[in-house]
Structures are given as structure tokens and as C-alpha cells.
Design a protein around this ligand. Structure first.
Ligand code: COA
Length: 173
């Protein structure tokens, strides 16, 4: 798939200097797609910008960004669980593309970048997709994720309980 009329995009890992642009897009995503994410806009807005800068610079954790004409339009994050017994697992989080830039393969490239990065740091990459978000679920499955569980009532958004499908990509295979 892909819209041939869409502008081309550049992809790179975000750094501390991208914190403001990252926050702007992330807050837009949390507001536009509230059922897709575990964080809320208020919770995220309360994070000090210095904390955000430090998070963007906390290897092996990483956020990848897609830029169209220098503007950040898409993001996808990687987080490695902490602790000796958990650090073999990581999480794909925060996948979001600005509505005006969708359908051109940006999310696919961002998730591929996270997978490539994660394969060098963990054995298993996990993701959670809200039930009903078929678009994200089918993209992740196309890139090698497999369902391994169903988290009943994982989120409560404006009083509505939402289940999540739990997916994982096992790099040992
Ligand atoms: C899910 C999301 C990130 C996809 O972004 P995108 O850049 O439009 O995705 P892509 O263009 O890379 O398309 C990825 C795949 O989805 C499919 N797809 C694209 N647009 C679609 C649409 N409107 N409806 C259904 N499927 C679509 C394509 O088949 C494509 O697969 P292909 O690469 O084999 O052709 C974007 O819609 C979004 O930000 N949604 C809100 C937040 C969200 O749901 N995040 C995921 C949380 S788990």
C-alpha cells in the first residue's frame, strides 16, 4: 500500500533535542486516539521536558521518528524491561502517525526500525493492541508478531473498559 502523491519521509532515532517536537506529536496522538494508548494526555503533559529529554537519551531505550519536510509526523518507541530477570524482554510502544501522513508506509518503516533495534537488545519484543484496532494489529502481525494473550479490561477510557490483544515477536525463532 502507499499513496504515491504523498511526500517522501526521512526516518531517524530521536535525540534529546527532539523532545519538544516529540511531546507535541505524542500529546496529539493521545488526544486523537485515546483508546490506542495506555497513557493519558494529562499524565503525559505533566512529564517535565527534562525528563522527556533524558528518556530520549536512555539507551537501549529509543524512539524513532519520521519527518516530512523537517516536521515530525510519526513515532514509535522501544523500551527494555528493567531488572536482571526481565531485561531479555522489550516493548514496542507509542506507535503514532499524524492523520495527514497515514497510508504511505510510515508506520511500517517505524516499526521495522524498532524491530531492528530491539533485535540487538532483547530476545522478545512485546506489543499490546486494543481490541478493534485492526489496522495496527494487522501491521504488527505482518511484521512477525504473534498473539499470545488477551488482557481483559486492560484500559479504562472515559469509563469504558477496553481489552488488549497481547502480541510478541520472538527473535529466537
Ligand atoms: C496505526 C497507524 C500507526 C498506521 O500508520 P500508517 O503510517 O498509516 O500505516 P502504514 O501506511 O505504514 O500502513 C501499514 C499497514 O496498514 C495497512 N493500512 C494502511 N492504511 C490503512 C487503512 N486506512 N485502513 C486499514 N489498513 C490500512 C496497510 O495494509 C499497510 O500494510 P502494507 O505495508 O502491507 O501495505 C496510524 O493509523 C495511527 O497512528 N493510528 C492511531 C494510533 C494507533 O492506533 N497506534 C497503534 C497503537 S498499538
Amino acid at each position: 500500500m502507499g499513496d504515491p502523491t504523498m511526500a517522501s519521509f526521512q526516518l531517524r532515532q530521536l535525540a534529546a533535542a527532539d523532545a519538544e517536537a516529540f511531546r507535541e506529536l505524542r500529546l496529539a496522538g493521545l488526544a486523537n486516539a485515546p483508546t490506542a494508548f495506555g497513557a493519558s494526555p494529562a499524565q503525559e503533559a505533566a512529564v517535565p521536558i527534562d525528563t522527556l529529554r533524558a528518556r530520549l537519551d536512555a539507551s537501549p531505550n529509543a524512539v524513532f521518528g519520521a519527518f516530512v519536510e523537517g516536521r515530525l509526523v510519526g513515532v514509535a518507541g522501544f523500551f527494555r524491561h528493567e531488572g536482571e530477570k526481565h531485561r531479555h524482554r522489550g516493548v514496542l510502544w507509542g506507535v503514532y502517525v499524524d492523520p495527514a501522513s497515514r497510508g504511505g508506509g510510515i508506520a511500517r518503516r517505524l516499526v521495522e526500525a524498532v524491530i531492528d533495534h530491539a533485535s540487538r537488545h532483547v530476545l522478545i519484543l512485546e506489543a499490546a493492541v486494543s481490541v478493534g484496532n485492526e489496522h495496527a494489529g494487522s501491521l504488527y502481525r505482518a511484521l512477525g508478531f504473534e498473539a499470545y494473550g488477551h488482557h481483559v479490561a486492560a484500559l479504562m477510557v472515559e469509563g469504558e473498559l477496553i481489552d488488549e490483544k497481547l502480541l510478541r515477536l520472538d527473535f529466537r525463532r
